[in-house]
Design a protein around this ligand. Structure first.
Ligand SMILES: [Fe+2]
Ligand SMILES: [Fe+2]
Length: 284
């Protein structure tokens, strides 16, 4: 399959919902697992500023888009705006008198600012690499053996809604990148993608581990032990990142496109379930 031979287009549909998330008030909401809880909370803390970066990266190039891709870009921005809003609400439930949330958010803002200062195409390159990570995580969260099966039902609902929409729009920023780099040679594109992914991989893994370890530190876990336990959660058991290594590696293929990993069947299962989930979210 070539980079442009995309399977049937997937409709990107923003769903404007609010979530209660009372279950997230516990320090170990993931079935009593403080480490897993810290990893999810660390991810959630990165989302508001991260997703605003994604929105701005795509928004910058909207004038160069037309037709279906222009519509998808608009829906992508709408979805990320709602995700960002709901993760701000979720993060607001974390105990700021106990956890160093302000310090973590300050570090995240500083890192995002550095990316923004490198200009629009750097922002878009980082966005497509991070969207690949989110798509891998979303695939794992929607799967049958998802770690979210052990989460409180309201928290799992938010993460699955987010995962469903991340899956829907996983190729949008990538297709925008293909469009705005249409005058580049394939080799130039490949080089830019590889460079972005190499940097993003190191920073994303290092930062999520660091933020989760800071959260665990507030619970009394020593820094070294906290880092080891978080890395084990990511790469050992349950292996949040390890499970996706093959999809991760596909990024470096010359003909990579996000929909080469065709998980529409799983996506459609959740889309069918979604009206009931949305009704439950509204009632909560
Ligand atoms: Fe999102
Ligand atoms: Fe996204």
């Amino acid at each position: 399959m070539t980079a442009t031979a995309i399977i049937d287009p997937v409709t990107v549909t923003p769903r404007d919902l609010h979530f209660a998330n009372d279950g997230a008030k516990s320090n170990a909401w993931l079935d009593g697992d403080a480490v897993g809880t810290a990893v999810f909370n660390a991810l959630s803390l990165t989302f508001p500023d991260g997703e605003r970066l994604f929105m701005d990266a795509v928004r910058h190039y909207r004038g160069e888009l037309s037709g279906r891709l222009a519509e998808d870009a608009k829906a992508f921005i709408a979805q990320e705006a709602i995700h960002s809003r709901e993760h701000v609400a979720l993060n607001g439930l974390l105990d700021r008198s106990h956890y160093p949330i302000d310090a973590i958010e300050g570090e995240i803002r500083g890192r995002i600012k550095e990316i923004r200062e490198r200009g629009p195409i750097a922002m878009l390159s980082v966005t497509i690499a991070l969207e690949h990570f989110t798509a891998m995580l979303a695939d794992s969260f929607l799967s049958r053996d998802s770690v979210l099966n052990a989460a409180p039902v309201d928290v799992a609902r938010l993460w699955r809604w987010h995962s469903m929409e991340e899956t829907e729009h996983k190729a949008v920023a990538f297709d925008v990148f293909l469009q705005v780099t249409r005058d580049w040679t394939p080799r130039q594109r490949q080089k830019a993608r590889n460079r972005a992914m190499a940097i993003v991989t190191v920073l994303f893994v290092r930062n999520i581990t660091h933020y989760a370890a800071m959260l665990l530190g507030a619970d009394g876990v020593k820094p070294m032990a906290a880092h080891v336990r978080v890395l084990w959660f990511l790469f050992g058991r349950p292996g949040l990142f390890r499970k996706s290594w093959k999809t991760y590696g596909d990024w470096y293929r010359f003909d990579f496109h996000p929909w080469n990993h065709d998980n529409r069947d799983m996506l459609n299962v959740w889309r069918e379930r979604f009206p009931a989930e949305a009704a439950a979210a509204r009632a909560a």
